[in-house]
Design a binder for this molecule. Structure first.
Ligand SMILES: C[S@@+](CC[C@H](N)C(=O)[O-])C[C@H]1O[C@@H](n2cnc3c(N)ncnc32)[C@H](O)[C@@H]1O
Length: 356
């Protein structure tokens, strides 16, 4: 029988204490940084001279007492500089590029809002750990708006300049083709494509009433963009579209294979499917070095996996990985699968495939 190692390494314990404190402070700062985004404080401080909490509060139209406490947290967290002689605060230029609206998809305070969103369902998740099942979409009332902000920033930067060239469909879109986006959420991608390519026709599908309502509102005035409320596991169109996309919309499905088969059916022969999914391996050991892996598995447990399980689904999870995704795509009938990516979206794999 192997002996139990009873040695106690004090240095290891001290190092882990520091790690734990870092985690606790990181969690707290995430919430405060999300507040800094929502209140516009980071944007107000972007490029500004050092200023007092009173000036910053006044310029932002916010309560000074709250702003001062927030600035203190930011200063202690190393996010904002503090000069104790002048009692002034300044956002360093090197930090502003990751914290302000002008940074688009690089603005980390946007995905950071997920920490607060996930915290709202903590009690339901604990309950699911004990009794199984999952937490359904209606427990995440702010999800569509946050998703729209997160992916909207990315689509603004990548869709026309990077994704359309990747698909090689600029000429086809210009002449006029039929394109669908399944799990379209609030329809940001199709809104952008619809106004750029007026001769093409775009249809978005989603099961979320709130998502489809927001999508219709966002694309009001675009005659070539329509949205259908439906369960993507029951897509019944056949040979209708030249191109189909899914952005981050397969891994959290209850029945991902049924969706992929439906996507395959709705494509014309020779049509292209772009499946965008989180960049991950199906093997935990290959994700361990990914700096975003703890965040990814947390979002998976508290959103992507649980919403799938809530509807009796497979619960693939955010990190289902490129190996499993390739198996699913192949089993659904896709051929010539190429895994690629675009410059301004480092967190996703782009699976390009054809319907034979
Ligand atoms: C992670 S979000 C991605 C939304 C959008 N593609 C984007 O990138 O912003 C996944 C989307 O899939 C939708 N969805 C989940 N299950 C679905 C189903 N069975 N049928 C249709 N849509 C579904 C959700 O409502 C949600 O809008």
């Amino acid at each position: 029988m192997a002996e139990i190692d009873v040695t106690y390494d004090k240095d290891k314990a001290r190092a882990f204490t520091q790690t734990m404190l870092g985690i606790m402070n990181g969690g707290a700062l995430s919430l405060m940084m999300s507040i800094g985004h929502k209140t516009g404080l980071f944007d107000a401080m972007d490029g500004a001279e050092p200023a007092s909490s009173t000036d910053i509060a006044e310029q932002s139209g916010l309560s000074e007492r709250y702003v001062r406490e927030w600035l203190s947290a930011m200063a202690c967290g190393g996010v904002i500089n503090y000069n104790s002689t002048t009692d002034q605060f300044q956002l360093p230029a090197e930090h502003a590029g990751l914290l302000t609206r002008r940074s688009g998809p690089l603005n980390l305070t946007v995905p950071m809002q997920q920490i607060g969103l996930l915290a709202e369902v903590e009690a339901d998740i604990v309950e699911a750990f004990q009794s199984g099942g999952g937490v359904p979409y209606d427990k995440f009332p702010r999800f569509q708006a946050l998703m729209s902000e997160t992916s909207g920033n990315r689509f603004d930067r990548t869709l026309i300049d990077q994704i359309v060239p990747l698909l090689g469909i600029n000429d086809q879109l210009t002449s006029g083709i039929d394109m669908a986006d399944v799990g379209c959420g609030s329809g940001k991608a199709l809104g952008i494509l619809g106004s750029a390519y007026p001769n093409s026709r775009f249809v978005g599908f989603d099961v979320s009433e709130g998502g489809i309502a927001a999508a219709r509102e966002n694309s009001a005035g675009l005659d070539n963009v329509t949205f259908e409320l439906c369960d993507a596991a029951q897509l019944d169109a056949s040979d209708r579209f030249h191109v189909v996309t899914t952005f981050d919309a397969i891994h959290d499905q209850a029945h991902p294979m049924a969706v992929l088969e439906g996507v395959n059916r709705m494509l014309r022969s020779g049509g292209t499917y772009l499946c965008v999914e989180p960049k991950a391996s199906s093997l935990l050991e290959e994700n361990m070095q990914d700096p975003m892996a703890p965040f990814m598995y947390t979002v998976s447990t508290m959103h992507c996996m649980t919403v799938s399980l809530a509807y009796g689904g497979e619960g693939l999870g955010t990190a289902w990985g490129h190996q499993t995704a390739t198996e699913y795509l192949t089993a659904a009938g896709f051929a010539d699968i190429e895994i690629t990516g675009v410059r301004d979206d480092r967190s996703n794999n782009y699976f390009l495939s054809k319907k034979p």
